[in-house]
Design a binder for this molecule. Structure first.
Ligand SMILES: Cc1cc2nc3c(=O)[nH]c(=O)nc-3n(C[C@H](O)[C@H](O)[C@H](O)COP(=O)(O)OP(=O)(O)OC[C@H]3O[C@@H](n4cnc5c(N)ncnc54)[C@H](O)[C@@H]3O)c2cc1C
Length: 478
């Protein structure tokens, strides 16, 4: 859909009838609230900012119980009104933005932790991820395996429906991996919404589907033992050495860690303002979160690689520690956020450097693009191997140049999960296929959930077989 078509897309819904059906629920049509709840972090992308800036819902509805969610879905279904679910609205690609107007369904009130067992937590979908961890730590010294760097603000349902991985992925992989989500309970968008519990391969129908295939009301997640993670910043004079260290540390299976990120100078010096005094000019920096029991081993590994220990959180005086953000809020997409706060002209890409020649690919593309595209790597376990995603910053000039930079990556064999697109398929993380589409027909027969995000639904001629790398592959080859 073109920009103009998007703006024109504002059918008149029967909001009076909707209000009557939703009597007793909290509703809001204050224009400032409508605008705020219709936005996420889409403005990271200059392209999405141009395309989506005017997108606004007609009504915000707050649900605090599964029964209220079901009421909203039944009412909107009967009246043909679109519903876009929203957790905390921290997605980066306009995922939670209501492109066809209608209802934004705020799920932040569905925030209860329901059950904790050894290795297992069941929670409502709107619960904030850090709140779930606080409950599982207090209950039995356990924590979620992985979380986005928006840990303190994002909901668990939003993470599963819109995210991919993050802090913890160096040990556990990502949301795409079987075992990192155990089960999901969702409500379908029908006259009488049904409650479905999905597990195993069926989870792929809903993970990273932007809420187009049902509203998640409950999640069942695996837990790991909790640690008071020690934060380290390790400096190198050469980015290739920083990347080799990060990759090597990732491969040290016996060093228990939660984060390994390599960030090229001068990004840390220019944008990590509250850590600035620890960051000598010119140093390329690796951020590490390591378990206290593994600290000695990690320091020995660091010395072996000739890394300079610039910062360690466990030796800071309490006054010095005060005011410093947690290290994970310098990593993943927080690196971009910190850069944007200083230089609003910055944007970014999301790339994958495939094993086994990931470091050579990183070196090749950054030698080619230089200071225009500073390197940022997040090391992860990917299908059992250590490799890295890239979240390189881009010093944005024009949309044409951005497309050229993307094309240069793809020509070099580096898949780009394009953060400047709002559809599932063009973003490239989620492959839709016949099975996905069949499930959508079941879960959302009128296509009212988060419209315009799934091209395959709207374009019957969509080519499922298009050759590209998807982070969340399709259910079945079609
Ligand atoms: C600074 C910054 C750092 C980030 N770091 C990471 C990172 O490390 N890893 C990562 O994966 N992402 C990251 N993100 C993206 C985002 O923060 C996460 O994916 C986050 O978990 C989204 O949660 P949310 O509650 O904000 O979801 P929202 O933005 O509210 O929603 C995300 C998507 O899920 C849908 N949705 C929300 N709730 C439900 C539900 N209950 N049922 C069905 N669909 C639903 C929405 O419609 C939308 O399509 C980052 C973003 C920013 C701005």
């Amino acid at each position: 859909m073109t920009d103009t078509e998007l703006r024109r897309e504002a059918p008149a819904y029967d909001l009076a009838a909707l209000r009557a059906r939703l009597e007793g629920l909290r509703l809001d049509d204050n224009p400032a609230i409508l605008r705020q709840k219709s936005r996420d972090f889409f403005w990271y992308s200059p392209v999405l900012k141009r395309q989506l800036d005017e997108v606004t819902a007609d009504l915000v509805v707050y649900a605090t119980t599964p029964e209220e969610v079901a009421r909203v879905l039944a009412a909107a279904f009967a009246l043909g009104i679109p519903v876009t679910p929203r957790g905390a609205g921290t997605g980066n690609y306009g995922q939670a933005m209501p492109l066809a107007g209608g209802v934004v369904l705020d799920l932040s009130g569905l925030d209860r932790v329901l059950e904790i067992e050894p290795g297992f937590v069941r929670a409502q979908a709107g619960a904030i991820i850090a709140d779930i961890d606080a409950a599982t730590k207090a209950h039995s010294g356990q924590e979620l395996r992985l979380h986005p760097s928006t840990y303190r603000t994002a909901s668990i349902g939003g993470f599963i429906a819109g995210g991919s991985g993050g802090v913890g992925s160096i040990t556990w992989g990502g949301l795409r991996d079987l075992g990192n989500v155990l089960a999901l309970t969702l409500l379908t968008m029908e006259a009488e919404p049904r409650r479905l519990r999905l597990s195993g391969d069926d989870l792929a129908k809903v993970t990273h589907a932007y809420g187009t295939n049902g509203i998640i009301i409950e999640v069942e997640m695996p837990l790991a033992p909790a640690h008071d993670w020690v934060e380290l910043m390790v400096g190198f004079d050469d980015f290739a050495a920083a990347a080799a260290y990060g990759n090597g540390l990732g491969e040290q299976d016996a060093i228990l860690k939660k984060l390994v990120s390599a960030i090229a100078a001068p990004v840390p010096q220019d944008y990590f303002l509250r850590h600035r005094k620890y960051l000598p000019d010119g140093k390329h920096v690796v951020l590490v979160m390591v378990a206290p029991i593994a600290l000695g081993a990690c320091l020995a590994f660091t010395a072996r690689h000739g890394g300079d220990l610039l910062f360690r959180s466990d030796t800071l005086a309490p006054e010095e520690a005060k005011g410093l953000p947690p290290l994970y809020e310098l990593a993943w997409n927080h690196t971009t956020l910190r850069a944007l706060r200083v230089d609003p002209a910055i944007t970014y890409l999301q790339t994958l450097y495939l094993f086994p020649d990931q470091l050579a690919r990183v070196a090749g593309i950054h030698a080619r693009l230089g200071a225009e595209v500073p390197a940022h790597l997040e090391f992860v376990r990917f299908d059992g191997k250590i490799t890295c995603f890239g979240l390189p910053l881009v010093r944005f000039t024009t949309e044409e140049r951005l497309e050229e930079i993307i094309a240069l990556h793809e020509t070099a064999g580096i898949p780009v999960f394009n953060p400047h697109r709002y559809t599932l398929e063009e973003g490239g993380m989620k492959q839709t296929d016949a099975a996905q589409l069949a499930f959508k027909r079941e879960a959302d027969p009128r296509g009212l959930l988060n419209p315009h995000k799934m091209i395959a639904w709207e374009d019957p001629a969509f080519d499922f077989a298009a050759a590209r790398t998807y982070l969340f592959p399709g259910l079945r080859k079609s």
